[in-house]
Write a protein that binds this ligand. Structure first.
Ligand code: 5GP
Length: 116
């Protein structure tokens, strides 16, 4: 398992970052460099580096990430117009922080799904 990232410190609030949501499995906070008007990161509290490292015992956590995304989208007022959820994996996927995180993106019309 790779070393913890800055996200573990945010989860533990060793680096103070306003949390939008936290429970025993997941934590959500705003992206430090938002690409669109609503850009939230939803992360497992447990350090799981990439989607490749997800195991059967993580299924509840991964499902909770989706449920929290739904709740936050409603709170942000973007649920009806729509939004996008993205999890990048490894180099080709563009992953920069090796602690799984789901991007919740919305608040404006998003461009094409991929630019390659
Ligand atoms: P990735 O490219 O790994 O899918 O996305 C990593 C995301 O984490 C980027 O959108 C980046 O802006 C965000 N990020 C990196 N460091 C921090 C940080 O210290 N705090 C917050 N809130 N977001 C961060």
């Amino acid at each position: 398992m790779t070393e913890e990232t800055i996200f573990s410190k945010i989860i533990r609030q060793e680096i103070p970052t306003p949390l939008l949501y936290q429970d025993e499995l997941v934590t959500a906070f705003r992206d430090i460099a938002p690409r669109v008007s609503t850009h939230i990161l939803i992360v497992p509290n447990k350090h799981i580096p990439t989607i490749n490292d997800v195991s059967e015992s993580d299924e509840l956590t991964m499902g909770r990430m989706i449920s929290v995304a739904k709740t936050l989208a409603k709170e942000e007022g973007i649920d009806e117009k729509g939004y996008r959820l993205i999890i990048n994996c490894n180099e080709d996927g563009g992953q920069e922080v090796f602690h799984i995180h789901m991007h919740l993106l919305g608040g404006q019309r998003l461009g094409p799904m991929l630019s390659v």
